[in-house]
Design a binder for this molecule. Sequence first.
Ligand SMILES: O=C(O)CCC(=O)CC(=O)O
Length: 274
Amino acid sequence: MPLVDLGDVTLHYLDEGAPSGPPLVLAHALGTGTMLWDNILPLLPPGLRVVRYDMRGHGRSSTPPAPYSMGALIRDAERLMDHLGLRDAMFVGLSIGGMVAQGLAVKRPDLIRALVLSNTGAKIATPEIWAERIATARRPGGMEELARGSCERWFPRAYVKAGHHQPWYEHLCAHDPEGFAGCAAAISGTDFYTPTSGLRIPTLGIAGSEDGSTPPDLVRETTDLIPGAQFRLLRGTGHVPPIDAPQDYAACLGGFIDATGHLRTAPGDSPPSR
Ligand SMILES: O=C(O)CCC(=O)CC(=O)O
């Protein structure tokens, strides 16, 4: 199991695909992990080096005591990419992963050539909402309560009615409350409207029409902060389209990979002119 010890945290990651291909880095949503991307991986164009990781407080990464700052989550992604020698990556961040993506693109433009801001925002919900969720996580039975709410906001109604959300409900119930609380605090303290509006980088925003956590208007507003950014609305999908609509999601990513020439560009090269 590939792990990197960064001193204050140990991160679990998966490094797959073409070892010398252009890097695609995937950062997941709160309460999920590397498995969020399982269904889209086989659908991506061949030739990419695909790196995904569990954020601190998630999966097989360690869980330092909460709270975490967004700066710490960004530093984790930065140190992992440096450790793996990755640069000029396309960075795909979903929800909290999309916040990490925005912050890392501002901090280390050498690491990121193109951004995918998926089901995310420059600011998500309010500090009051996050304080309530953190308190709930710490109560007995709290993770079950949070998992019920998350599944309602995350998945299209028909998906839940068919019971397809059940494995994710169970995964959320089993999540370490400390890791949840730590990352929830990081989201609560984040407002990236000003730094993100300074980005000048090829960007795609992806929203789901049935997303009750980061609705399409929020994703569009965030994407529109970056001049020239594209926006795609996936109809009938929720907050985590790699789970409920992997084909549509992979097609959307594949289109952006093609449009940016990412597969035709080695790290360190300038992108081909279109
Ligand atoms: O569960 C929610 O509604 C919020 C989740 C969120 O915004 C953070 C995430 O999914 O990473």
